[in-house]
Design a protein around this ligand. Structure first.
Ligand SMILES: Cc1cc2nc3c(=O)[nH]c(=O)nc-3n(C[C@H](O)[C@H](O)[C@H](O)COP(=O)(O)OP(=O)(O)OC[C@H]3O[C@@H](n4cnc5c(N)ncnc54)[C@H](O)[C@@H]3O)c2cc1C
Length: 482
């Protein structure tokens, strides 16, 4: 049996490992942290569970083909039934006024901008991320090209060049009502290109993109369980330091705990980190130089709160419209995005958990705070400032916050080794993608969200599957999906 080492037990590494194991390889995943799932995770504080990862999962329904990967890998099971929230987002003002974005966009009214948006979104409802077969791979259950599906995508493809070259902000400027613009800004950052915005919105309107109740960590655990039940191994607390090709064409993987050899290696950690740290010298291949040059990271901080009050009467995802911009960590916010998990049982009886997502580049700010010893104090200041703002919109929380946790881009970098602590790649108007090679020589593969714009769980899963297929191709093995 050929041995493959997968570096990282995030969603891409777990996916690659499961398919490789099913296809008959001996599989070992080496993971630096103590749990599976990587960036999608949860943690507990004082009896509260804080959701630190996904808010919605493309492929929650069979409508998107990536759903098959979630099923093959056991990511979605009876213990994490998908919840389809509606409304998706609610804009909340201090006086209590609300405006909601529902899955049915008819509620946006009949103005020309709303009509145009509905038209565009309808076109994109036919687009699905296809986990296609790699040419030349012998598959146990080969996929037939869905010609009808491909033809249905043509209207969206025709819009692609235009949408990819304008920003979401500009696209939304057609909406005259500032409140509607602010509400729609919840979907993706305004700096993202309009393609990301329209595509993401279409996954909501088509009835997909739900949230697996039970949380991110449960999904990672489900996948880890699948791998282990197939006979794969995950070694937690194992930091990989270096990958080296040996004279006999095999690979030597050096970890903090020793050295292992394998016939093949799948690198599923952030490719931007890997090119600097994993191969002895920083890689100087053309694609690696380009990746360094053009990559724009999407960063966020997450303030999680456990409150002694039942907030189930409040919407699940709120955008709090600020009268005065909220200044924090060198950034300024007109809107504060709050996820309310009151209905998910992540808190003791009668209590609730909230997470406040502060999007924007603050890695340098937090890195410096770490270096000058002010990190902890600054995190506390941020949490207190967030709580004060929240109290004006949700008065019930006043004096009721009993658990606080702040994760910054510096946390994400320390925890998952993400470049600049970023959780995705920012795909701005006009940005050209830099593709990381899925195969980097015989027996060495890249997977993971950084290998393709703009990241996220479907990219992690599809690139993990692709790495396993390329492995099968190189070792002349049949690719087995289920
Ligand atoms: C707050 C937040 C919200 C998000 N919301 C969504 C959402 O709603 N929908 C969505 O699709 N995506 C969302 N994402 C993005 C999504 O979580 C990521 O795109 C995805 O999880 C990336 O998976 P990955 O396997 O590529 O990388 P990772 O999850 O980073 O996995 C890499 C793994 O490798 C490990 N590792 C790193 N270096 C080493 C080393 N040297 N040795 C050993 N192990 C190592 C890491 O610890 C990690 O476990 C969100 C992310 C965050 C943080």
């Amino acid at each position: 049996m050929k041995k493959v080492i997968v570096i990282g037990a995030g969603i891409s590494g777990l996916t690659a490992g499961i398919y490789a194991r099913r296809s008959g390889f001996e599989v070992t995943l080496l993971e630096k942290t103590a749990s599976p799932g990587g960036m999608i995770t949860c943690w507990n504080r004082k009896g509260y569970t804080f959701e630190g990862g996904m808010h919605w999962l493309i492929g929650s329904t069979p409508r998107y083909e990536v759903h098959e990967i979630w099923k093959d890998t056991g990511a979605l099971q009876a213990n994490n039934p998908v919840h389809f929230k509606d409304p998706m987002y609610t804009l909340l003002e201090e006086d209590g006024t609300r405006l909601s974005l529902h899955r049915d966009l008819r509620e946006l009214g009949e103005g020309p901008a709303a009509r145009r948006l509905r038209r565009h979104v309808r076109r994109f409802e036919a687009v699905c991320l296809q986990p296609a077969d790699v040419p030349g791979v012998r598959c146990l259950t080969p996929r037939k090209t869905n010609l009808k599906g491909v033809l249905k995508m043509i209207p969206a493809v025709l819009l692609y060049p235009w949408l990819v070259n304008i920003s979401t902000e500009r696209y939304l400027s057609r909406f005259k009502d500032g409140r509607v613009r602010n509400l729609l800004r919840s979907v993706v950052w305004p700096e993202y290109n309009a393609l990301s915005f329209v595509y993401t919105l279409s996954t909501f309107t088509s009835g997909d993109s739900g949230y697996p109740a039970g949380g991110s960590l449960q999904m990672g655990r489900n996948m880890a369980g699948t791998l282990e039940s197939l006979g794969g191994t995950i070694r937690y607390g194992t930091m990989v330091r270096c990958v080296r090709k040996t004279d006999d064409g095999r690979y030597e993987v050096q970890t903090d705990l020793g050295t292992e050899t394998a016939d093949a290696v799948i690198v599923s950690i952030d490719a931007r980190t890997a090119i600097e740290t994993l191969f002895g010298e920083p890689l100087q291949d053309r694609w690696a130089r380009r990746l360094r040059k053009i990559l724009h990271t999407a960063q966020c901080s997450l303030v999680s709160l456990g409150v002694r009050t039942d907030l189930s009467a409040y919407p699940e995802t709120m955008q709090l419209l600020q009268k005065q911009p909220f200044e924090a960590a060198s950034l300024s916010y007109d809107l504060l995005m709050v996820n309310n998990y009151a209905r998910f049982g992540y808190a003791p009886q009668g209590c609730s958990t909230l997470t406040v997502l502060l999007r924007g580049k603050s890695f340098e700010y937090w890195k410096k705070a770490r270096e000058d010893g002010t990190y902890k104090a600054k995190k506390q200041q941020l949490a207190q400032a967030v709580i004060r703002r929240l109290e004006t919109f949700i008065p019930e929380i006043r004096g009721q916050v009993e658990a606080i946790d702040v994760a910054t881009p510096a946390t994400f970098q320390r925890y998952c080794n993400m470049h600049e602590g970023s959780y995705m790649t920012l795909w701005r108007a006009g940005d050209r993608p830099c593709r990381v090679p899925a195969r980097f020589g015989q027996g060495l593969y890249f997977a993971g969200q950084r290998t393709s714009l703009c990241g996220g769980l479907p990219v992690a899963a599809t690139t993990g599957r692709k790495a396993a297929m390329l492995l099968c191709k190189d070792f002349d093995t049949v690719f087995v999906e289920r």
